[in-house]
Design a protein. Structure first.
Length: 404
């Protein structure tokens, strides 16, 4: 990422935006106010669990509070400093996503990913994805984690520490990210292991030791508060409460979400009016049924896969498979919801769908350009098209941050 000018440019925009928010008054309310109180008392009463939940448990871990605390304290414990910290963290996550996207799929994929995130943020009327509300802090990191998993499958062990940090941050902030994160980490680790198994050169095998050791160390450190909670409090710990609720809905059993609502959400994400682009609500709310949408974008995904197979573009095909698995995992997670659905439960599914669509469009465009023998437009750094793509990348990032 250090050599990726587009990723660094995106991060710079977020840094500037965060600094500008320090000059404004920002008043957190409801869950955001509770988060600030937790951050403020971090050193006097270190939390072993995560953000507040209306359910009979707290979210898995304190990673969100820990990540916001340094900037919050540095700038005088002002509420706007909490927002600034989250904006900067979002910028870092986007930078990681863009660096991975450009390394794996070129400028075309990076532009597609950023455009999707921009549409996603702005469809809600303001850049809500940048607020430190725990259901949304994993939005951009989910996109990054999918791309990092793809990198791991391709044998890039340096992606592993980033994947461990992002997946931990997401899962500890909100339980909706558990299925997607576990699935992606499993796919990434298995894919990397398969790649390592095929390596015979000793130097290349030795080079894997450092990122693996760093990843294990980070995992142990980040999950230490949660492990301590379990060891110290046993059945009264927060993880035990989460397990009880997921198992039987205690203390007030609620029915799981209806199957037709789960199907409706899946159809919506791959329709021409997805919720991440301002489409209608695809699930039931009280007595109002959800919209029934046709998932036309499934045809785009299938076409991209078939064309990639015909071109023997196995790297692109594996990327599509990773994104599709992430989407399936997010939908499986939604199927475990008990009680009414809120729009915030769709974040992981929306992020996965955006990445899947961006990958599919990238693969199809590359296929067309290869057929027209114009693929050099994407491969030559000095080409006018690439210059335009990079400028569009940074300007779109600015739209994500400043439009309201």
């Amino acid at each position: 990422m250090a050599k990726d000018k587009a990723a660094l440019g995106a991060i710079a925009v977020f840094i500037l935006g965060g600094l500008l928010w320090l000059t404004r008054t920002w008043i957190p309310v409801e869950d955001l106010a509770i988060t600030e109180l937790e951050v403020r008392r971090l050193t006097s009463a270190f939390p072993l669990s995560g953000p507040y939940s209306s359910l009979p448990f707290r979210h898995p871990g304190p990673a969100l509070f820990i990540s916001l605390w340094p900037i919050y304290v540095l700038f005088g414990e002002r509420s706007s400093a909490q927002l600034t910290a989250n904006i900067w963290l979002g910028g870092l996550a986007l930078g990681v996503a863009l660096a991975a996207a450009r390394r794996l799929g070129g400028n075309l994929l990076a532009v597609g990913v950023t455009a999707g995130i921009a549409v996603w943020s702005l469809e809600r009327g303001h850049p809500i994805l940048l607020q430190p509300w725990n259901p949304y802090v994993g939005a951009i990191p989910t996109v990054a984690l999918i791309l990092l998993t793809w990198a791991l499958v391709e044998g890039n062990a340096k992606a592993l520490p980033f994947a461990v940090v992002l997946s931990t941050w997401m899962v500890q902030a909100h339980i909706q990210f558990i299925p997607t994160s576990i699935l992606l980490m499993a796919v990434g680790v298995i894919g990397l292991a398969v790649h390592v198994y095929r390596i015979e050169e000793t130097p290349r095998l030795a080079a894997l030791a450092k990122p693996v050791a760093i990843s294990v160390g980070l995992g142990v450190l980040l999950w230490a508060p949660v492990v301590y909670d379990v060891l110290a409090n046993g059945t009264q710990s927060n993880p035990a409460a989460i397990v009880r609720y997921l198992r039987d809905g205690n203390p007030h059993p609620l029915p799981k979400v209806m199957t037709h609502d789960v199907v409706g959400i899946a159809r919506s994400q791959l329709s021409l009016q997805p919720t991440w682009a301002g489409g209608p609500r695809p699930y039931s709310a009280y007595l109002s049924p959800g919209a029934v949408l046709t998932p036309w974008l499934v045809l785009v995904v299938i076409a991209a896969g078939l064309v990639a197979m015909r071109r023997r573009a196995w790297i692109e095909l594996r990327g599509l498979a990773v994104a599709a698995l992430a989407f399936a995992g997010s939908i499986a997670g939604i199927a475990q919801i008990r009680g009414p659905i809120g729009s915030w439960y769709l974040v992981a599914a929306e992020a996965s769908a955006i990445t899947l669509v961006a990958l599919s469009m990238m693969s199809l465009v590359r296929s067309v350009l290869e057929s027209a023998r114009a693929i050099h437009l994407l491969e030559k750094p000095e080409a006018l098209g690439v210059v335009y793509q990079r400028s569009q990348l940074i300007s779109t990032t600015a739209v994500v941050l400043f439009a309201a």
